[in-house]
Design a protein around this ligand. Structure first.
Ligand code: SAM
Ligand code: SF4
Ligand code: FES
Length: 351
């Protein structure tokens, strides 16, 4: 196995690949200098394919009702203190209308695993968005469903699906989830989404309780082989009504380091600087872009329910209107020499 961080970074740049043990070594031995080198190379790759453009995605958090009980998440069903809501199809369409006016050309419908949103309820909503805004992409982030359901939603017009794998390590998965939830099923869902033809996003939290370089190295190796179109990574942040309430949050520094690794590994991947990164550091999203990310996801949900989509404590953007978040991110991106663009923003396909 090759040694110091710089030689590992050069190997990654040349081959787009490292052994799992090398990924772990790269993380363990990282220094501010190696992080800077990695970020410089990652930004060069991103600029080669996407210039200084940052894609914006309008996030519509349409239900906070969830049948699952993930130990880290504030929406888990055991959190009885949370006031639950679900938007009506009309309210979802009204968010999309606001978003279109604000220049969004991708709508991300995200929610808990809420049994109310059957295919029969979702299909007309997806069809209507695609009919009204044929120049837009619809991204779904609704958790685990059957292959038939994924297919039906795809046939209705959905283009992309975000399903973070959460961790590629079976043992770690079992520490983060209750016994009823299955690592194999999550992975199966990801494979099925790809087979159906969605542009697929996987991803994980940085600094989830019990996570070490070994688990992170598995995540990176999984991403290298799965080759997602999108990859969502953000720091774990504790929520006061979950079993992980006293656990430390993940760091912005390590999140940015991993964003750079992923950009270098998959140059064309769509990589968001997440809201969680903006929550643990006031300039977290800018730092994410400067590490190699190229997507931001401002909130389009009605302001009245935003505080109730509380995955973790102190989530930002819960008091603002959609137009404020849109404007805020534009200014933030301009402050670091980037521009937000209203294109649909599909991944570039490299030969
Ligand atoms: N229910 C769907 C699912 O689980 O795929 C979509 C919504 S879920 C809230 C979206 C993502 O939020 C999860 O994949 C998880 O990685 C992230 N998340 C949940 N709790 C978090 C926490 N405490 N800190 C950071 N991210 C968290
Ligand atoms: Fe539900 Fe998703 Fe939260 Fe898990 S992460 S409890 S599936 S909303
Ligand atoms: Fe929401 Fe800054 S992005 S207020």
């Amino acid at each position: 196995m090759s040694g110091n961080p710089e030689s590992l970074i050069r190997k990654l740049q040349e081959t787009r690949s490292l052994e799992e043990a090398e990924f772990a070594e790269l993380i363990r031995q990282r220094t501010p200098e190696s992080a800077r080198l990695l970020a410089d190379l990652a930004v060069a790759e991103r600029k080669r394919l996407y210039g200084n453009d940052v894609f914006i995605r309008g996030l519509i958090e349409f239900t906070n009702i969830c049948r699952n009980d993930c130990l880290y998440c504030g929406l888990r069903r055991s959190n009885t203190a949370l006031v639950r809501y679900r938007l009506t199809p009309e309210e979802i369409l009204s968010c999309a209308e606001d978003g279109y006016t604000l220049g969004f050309r991708t709508f991300v419908l995200q929610g808990g695993e809420d049994g109310y949103f059957t295919d029969e309820v979702l299909i007309p909503v997806i069809r209507e968005i695609k009919k009204r805004y044929p120049d837009c992409a619809v991204t779904l982030s609704l958790g685990e469903r059957s292959r038939e359901s994924y297919q039906a939603l795809y046939d209705a017009g959905a283009d992309r699906y975000l399903l973070r794998h959460e961790t590629a390590d079976r043992g770690h998965y079992a520490r983060l989830h209750p016994p009823g939830m299955s690592f194999d099923h999550r992975m199966q869902c990801l494979r099925e989404l790809k087979e159906i033809g969605y542009q697929v996003g996987c991803g994980f939290m940085v600094g989830s309780p019990g996570q070490t370089e070994k688990e992170l190295a598995k995540d990176l190796k999984f991403i290298e082989t799965f080759r997602p179109d999108m990859c969502g990574i953000g720091p774990f942040i504790p929520h006061h009504q979950t079993p992980f309430r006293d656990m430390p949050a993940g760091s912005a520094e390590l999140t940015c380091f991993l964003l750079s690794v992923i950009r270098l590994m998959l140059p064309a991947v769509l990589l968001p600087a997440t809201t969680a990164l903006g929550t643990i550091h006031p300039r977290g999203r800018e730092m994410g872009i400067l590490a190699g990310a190229n997507v931001v996801m401002p909130n389009l949900s009605p302001r009245s329910i935003r505080k109730q989509y509380e995955l973790y404590d102190n989530k930002i953007c819960t008091g603002e209107e959609s137009a404020q978040c849109r404007g805020c991110l534009e200014t933030r991106m301009e402050s670091i020499g980037y521009r937000t663009v209203t294109a649909r923003g599909d991944a570039v396909r490299e030969a």
